[in-house]
Ligand binder design. Structure first.
Ligand code: UDP
Length: 451
């Protein structure tokens, strides 16, 4: 009976237009759907989610938003600012359409929007609809990002190279070089976005895809700073049903290859959906992996190596060297890969989804952050949760070989794997009935029903 009542309430989700934002937003949709809510996803035309992977959701596209943005040549924060400027009026029309189409037994309970889609808040307010913010990166990243404004005002940013190793006061364990600055935007645009996403005026709550046992102190600080409740309900990918929201086709052949490898022997390598490499870095990485003598599964997105299509630049001698021991794909079913018992380590850029997915499977990491929040996450992996090693210098084959062996073969890596398993178990308790993430989710659902 209770589920029947909730089924009539519709939640409108507004994902940010990138893979790392779409995944948790659709996971949240699945979680709410299984709790009886109807789901409408209103998305940008850039990187649209695939409706066929979620047949029980309705999808609406925001018309006329830029669909030709390219991370290699473009500027992500400028793109986000433009998207927000263009979308507000259109979003109001979309909502009006949802309201027009709804039957007498179906009403919008609230809008849940990605923090970067901040146009949603005003549009919701105009239509007298409650709204909730969804933050898809770590809580610690949010704090570091907010601190940028003050650090700039105090003259600490931009910082000279000589200060890059200095600790940032009140942001332990971060150093200046770990701050979530972006190579994709001018500092001014970044700060403009930071101030927009930190200054919500009318939203009722904030959802964080994190877990208190990972980020208790950051979550406490955020709650002290804001007037509205925060709900840490992560890790959402472990709570949601397993449907994929990949924008690229997953090459599942790598799972058959993994079945042939021994337990904990494979290092999985992926730099996520937006990071890029130079040809030199690709070649150094390839030799480092080959020389480590460990089996590896490596995701190289087509177009992710500047100036080449895919891996045609890898020398034949190297391809022969790794023959059989290395498996390269364009895109992997990452969650299944990390859950596979052959995978014993993850060389990652430390996007927040990848970090959570690795930690939740107890897989220790080699952190190779590229920009933004990845540096913050990498620092927490290596210096707070102690389940990873950081590659700090330029990508160089000897360093990669040594670090892979430290993680995959040495005692140091075995200790990390033990800590990883322990952390995994603690997280599993959080999502069970009575666990903190489960409690937060129940409170969130109660709030949505009370609107
Ligand atoms: N991912 C995937 N297959 C791949 C590489 C990545 O499915 O071959 C998924 C991964 O599981 C994660 C998302 O893409 O959910 C990447 O998000 P993340 O926050 O880690 O990094 P971003 O791509 O935003 O930099």
């Amino acid at each position: 009976m209770e589920k029947e009542e909730k089924r009539r309430l519709r939640v409108v989700l507004v994902p940010g237009p990138f893979q790392g934002h779409i995944n948790p937003t659709l996971q949240l949709g699945s979680i709410l759907r299984s709790n009886g809510f109807s789901i409408t996803v209103v998305h940008a035309q850039y990187s649209p989610p695939d409706p066929s992977s979620h047949p029980d959701f309705s999808f609406l596209s925001l018309p006329d938003t830029s669909s030709d943005f390219n991370f290699l040549t473009g500027n992500a924060f400028d793109f986000v600012l433009q998207l927000n400027a263009k979308c507000k009026a259109r979003f109001r029309e979309c909502l009006a359409e949802v309201i027009r189409q709804q039957g007498s037994d179906d009403e919008i309970a609230c809008i849940i929007y990605d923090e970067y889609m901040f146009f949603s808040e005003e549009a919701a307010e105009d239509l007298n609809l409650p709204s909730i913010i969804l933050r898809t990166s770590s809580a610690s990243n949010f704090l570091a990002r907010t601190a940028l404004i003050q650090l700039k005002a105090e003259g600490h940013i931009p910082f000279p190279e000589s200060r890059s190793q200095d600790p940032v006061s009140k942001l332990y364990p971060l150093r200046f070089k770990d701050l979530p600055l972006s190579i994709f935007s001018s500092l001014e645009n970044l700060l403009q976005i930071v101030s927009k996403v930190s200054n919500s005026k009318t939203s009722s709550a904030i959802i964080h895809n994190t877990i208190d046992c990972l980020e208790n102190s950051s979550l406490t600080k955020i709650q002290q700073q804001c007037q509205i409740p925060i709900f840490p309900i992560g890790p959402m990918h472990k709570i949601a049903s397993a449907s994929s929201s990949s924008l690229l086709e997953e090459d599942t052949s790598c799972l058959a290859w993994l079945h042939k490898q021994s337990c904990n022997s494979v290092i999985y390598v992926s730099l996520g959906s937006i990071a890029f490499m130079d040809v030199k870095e690709l070649v150094e990485m390839a030799w480092g992996l080959a020389n480590s003598q460990q089996p590896f599964l490596w995701v190289i997105r087509p177009g992710s190596v500047r100036g080449v299509e895919w891996i045609e630049v890898l020398p034949e001698s190297l391809k022969e060297n790794i023959d059989g021991r290395g498996y390269i794909v364009k895109w992997a079913p990452q969650k299944k890969v990390l859950a596979h018992n052959a995978v014993g380590g993850f060389l990652s850029h430390c996007g927040w989804n990848s970090t959570l997915e690795s930690i939740c499977e107890g897989v220790p990491m080699i952190c190779r952050p590229c920009f933004g929040d990845q540096r913050v996450n990498a620092r927490y992996v290596s210096h707070v949760w102690n389940v990873g090693l950081e590659l700090e210098s330029e990508l160089e084959r000897g360093e990669i070989e040594r670090t892979v062996r430290r993680l995959m073969v040495d005692e140091e890596g075995k200790e990390m794997r033990k800590r990883g398993k322990n952390l995994k178990e603690r997280i599993e308790l959080r999502i069970k009935e009575g666990g903190s993430s489960n409690n937060s989710l129940n409170e969130l659902i109660e709030m949505i029903m009370s609107f």
